[in-house]
Design a protein. Structure first.
Length: 487
């Protein structure tokens, strides 16, 4: 295929060349009606490129096939049989993928270290989750993806399960054995969905961890805005084989997706694919070299411990994305949240993630010598300034096994059940009716239907007192919890 072509961008260029005057959405009419004060900040070209697909650029069902051409090029670029663009982010794409495999009341295996969007999908879709617990790294207090034998055990226990959802890479860059999990799933005749939101770059360099399509996954969802070059909410479904019907996937996407798809998302997805096909290997080669250089330099700074390939071993990670720079800051006597806030306030550097133990920074093809220097200078300043950071009450981290809570009700049943609010000190033993997800990374400590324990309450309360954000809880201070009513 001719990867110099960019069908969406070409259609947008032609639309602007023609100078069409539109008497439908969007109401700003390609920037004619935008407040100049807004245009001054975000740029008028954003609005000039905001075009409705139907009666503007294209629609895959009713027009010249511009979008379908772009999707075919994307599929060819990454080795998938089919690709579909989504403009609602992978949070919604994962819900769609799950619903394409398992319907209400049917069982689906899920990695329990999933982002809250996956748990939300369980509630919305009405599937019965069969949790596959991750490998907990006690030294780093970190969850790594489950291994093939973990998946095999759960499929043997639940032979009526319709498939498996695997999350890899994690937000911290640790990767699963996708090929091994795919083999197990296919032995049982079920598809493997991979939530590869953090892995859009993986197909474009052979030294990066395995890409889901190359490792025999059936359906892979990526967030191109995370590690790629498209704008926020840019997501792609990739499909191969016959275990997931493309017709069913399209229908589920139409059911959940927007009818006002963003041309900005389509255009930037299209352009990013061309860039990666033409220049991706060289760009990612340079990014890997930069990441290794930064990791080595950080390792020489006092009190900072960057995570490297020592984490790739049995019982931990199957692989590691080298472009994820994960730094343990506990030896500085502070938490990752405190480090992230200090870097933002004092150095105007925003790291990608933080928790009670560490911070993370993504090195992408967009970084250069200047951003490399900014990051290293900021981290060096952090080591000097850490002593001035006010000590907060410690987060009382639970034992890894304490996070494997009993599932007493289906998440959907608990979420929609009659509820009451109880003081945190009386919540142990009650069934949660809410998601409680410390942010970041946004992995629920408690999901609807799970039985709350004293150890988890202690973890959540100490986290809130320390300053951990828990935005999805009914009471973000976790002084009270929303539980299923007893009567």
């Amino acid at each position: 295929m001719d990867h110099s072509r960019v069908p969406v961008l070409e259609a947008l260029e032609e639309f602007r060349r023609r100078g069409d005057v539109v008497f439908g959405p969007p109401g700003h009419k390609q920037g004619r009606g935008v407040d100049p004060r807004v245009a001054e900040i975000v740029g008028l070209d954003v609005f000039r490129s905001d075009v409705l697909s139907l009666n503007g650029l294209d629609d895959r069902r009713q027009s010249q096939g511009v979008l379908s051409q772009a999707q075919d090029l994307m599929a060819d670029a990454v080795g998938a049989e089919q690709a579909f663009f989504s403009t609602c982010g992978s949070s919604l794409s994962v819900k769609t993928a799950m619903l394409a495999v398992a319907g209400p009341g049917e069982k689906l295996l899920l990695s329990r270290n999933a982002h809250k969007s996956v748990i939300a999908a369980v509630v919305v879709n009405g599937v019965e989750p069969i949790w596959v617990h991750p490998k907990f790294d006690a030294e780093r207090h970190l969850a790594h993806p489950p291994e093939p034998d973990d998946v095999r055990r759960r499929l043997e226990e639940h032979p009526d399960a319709k498939g498996m959802l695997l999350i890899t890479p994690t937000e911290w860059g640790t990767c699963a054995d996708i090929a091994g999990v795919a083999r197990v799933c296919h032995e049982f005749g079920v598809p493997l969905i991979v939530d590869e939101a953090w892995g859009a770059h993986l197909p474009f360099h052979p030294e990066l961890p395995a890409w889901g399509m190359d490792a025999d996954a059936d359906l892979v969802v990526t967030s191109v805005h995370k590690m790629g070059g498209a704008i926020e909410q840019s997501s792609v479904f990739h499909l191969q084989g016959d275990r997931v019907s493309p017709e069913v996937l399209k229908q589920r996407e139409d059911l959940l997706g927007t009818t006002s798809a963003s041309s900005l998302v389509y255009a930037t997805l299209d352009g990013w694919r061309r860039q990666m096909v033409e220049q991706g290997h060289a760009l990612l080669e340079a990014a890997q070299q930069r990441a290794e250089r930064v990791r080595t330099a950080v390792g020489d700074l006092p009190g900072l411990r960057p995570m490297g390939r020592e984490v790739v071993k049995e019982g931990c990670a199957a692989d590691l994305d080298p472009l994820k720079l994960v730094i343990d800051v506990r030896e500085l006597g502070i938490t990752g949240m405190q480090a992230a806030e200090w870097l933002r306030v004092h150095c105007h550097v925003d790291v990608g993630g933080s928790d009670s133990c560490r911070i993370s920074a993504s090195i992408t093809h967009a970084d250069d010598d200047e951003t490399e220097k900014v990051l290293l200078d900021a981290l060096s300043a952090l080591t000097r300034g850490a002593e001035s950071i006010e000590k907060q009450p410690p987060v009382r981290l639970p034992r890894p096994s304490a996070l494997e809570l009993e599932q007493a009700l289906l998440p959907r049943e608990a979420f929609f059940a009659p509820v009451e609010h109880v003081p945190a000190e009386r919540a142990a033993g009650r069934i949660s009716a809410e998601l409680i997800s410390p942010y970041p990374p946004g992995v629920p400590a408690v999901a609807p239907g799970e039985v709350i324990t004293e150890e988890v309450v202690d973890y959540l309360r100490s986290g809130a007192e320390h300053g951990v954000l828990i935005p999805d809880a009914a009471d973000p201070s976790v002084r009270t919890l929303r539980v299923v009513a007893r009567d």
